[in-house]
Design a protein around this ligand. Sequence first.
Ligand code: ZN
Ligand code: ZN
Length: 173
Amino acid sequence: MQINPAELPAGGERFHGTLSVDFEGVSGATEVRAPCPVSFDIRAERAGGRVLVSGSVAADLQVDCVRCLALFPYAVEREFEVSYLRAGSDKGGDEAELDENDLDLDYYGDEGIDLQQLLGEQLLLSLPMKPLCQTACEGLCSQCGINLNNEACDCKPEVDPRLASLGAIRDQL
Ligand SMILES: [Zn+2]
Ligand SMILES: [Zn+2]
């Protein structure tokens, strides 16, 4: 779904509903399984030489835990405001105006503003760098690979051979 800035009415336009966002096309989305329904309620309006898109986005993302690799639901809700400039437009004389607004700035091309891309990026910004299914996630056993959150195993902790020999020396002292 695209927003075509040239077709926006003078007072702006509201877009809302649910979109299926495929995170495979969104950079940095390695932990998110795609696609996923995303609900949004946003406004797009032209302001000077730019297009302002603001509103809210929400989704229950399916995220891989970085420790145990299990898939878990991660509810994200985010308010955002992004300012768009036409790609290739002269932005040199615009810097004073840029400074007064603390907005994310992005660019759009001939095809307009891609809503899937925008919403996907905004959701990813809400994800922690290292998502965990629970703060106390036990992770996987490094030897047998079972999920230690669900099962226990009898594996002994791996000891680095160099440390083991140090331990032997220490035992003799
Ligand atoms: Zn986990
Ligand atoms: Zn084990």
